[in-house]
Design a protein around this ligand. Structure first.
Ligand code: SF4
Ligand code: SF4
Length: 108
């Protein structure tokens, strides 16, 4: 992720608080999952533990300044998030933020 994208995401956090169903584990290995502190994991559901729709690893204030407490060990789905893609736009709209303009993502 570029430093521009990192700055965008740190001032947002919307996709980490959109749905408890989003930060779900998929193809991670046991070794990868073991790096995530258990306090942040919902073992029964196979995903990050959430409070409502917000991932328990998200710190800070949405739309202002946020961070991921397990950034280096975050699940694959979190690594695939791309500022400016459709899911990003949906999550940002949910908290009242304008979409990230990335013309290169809308060209076929
Ligand atoms: S919704 Fe988009 S800009 Fe906001 S944190 Fe997620 S990927 Fe980054
Ligand atoms: S693990 Fe980190 S990047 Fe993934 S949803 Fe939770 S706070 Fe966001």
């Amino acid at each position: 992720m570029s430093s521009r994208d990192e700055a965008l995401c740190q001032a947002c956090g919307a996709c980490c608080a959109y749905s408890a169903e989003w930060p779900r584990f998929a193809l991670e290995t046991d070794a990868q999952l073991a790096k995530i502190p258990r306090a942040y994991v919902d073992e029964a559901c196979g995903r990050m533990r959430c409070g409502g729709d917000r991932c328990s690893a998200l710190t800070g204030e949405l739309g202002v300044a946020t961070a991921c407490a397990v950034y280096a060990a975050r699940p694959d789905v979190c690594r695939e998030c791309e500022p400016g893609d459709a899911a990003c736009g949906t999550a940002r709209a949910h908290i009242g933020l304008a979409p990230v303009m990335r013309p290169e993502l809308s060209t076929p």
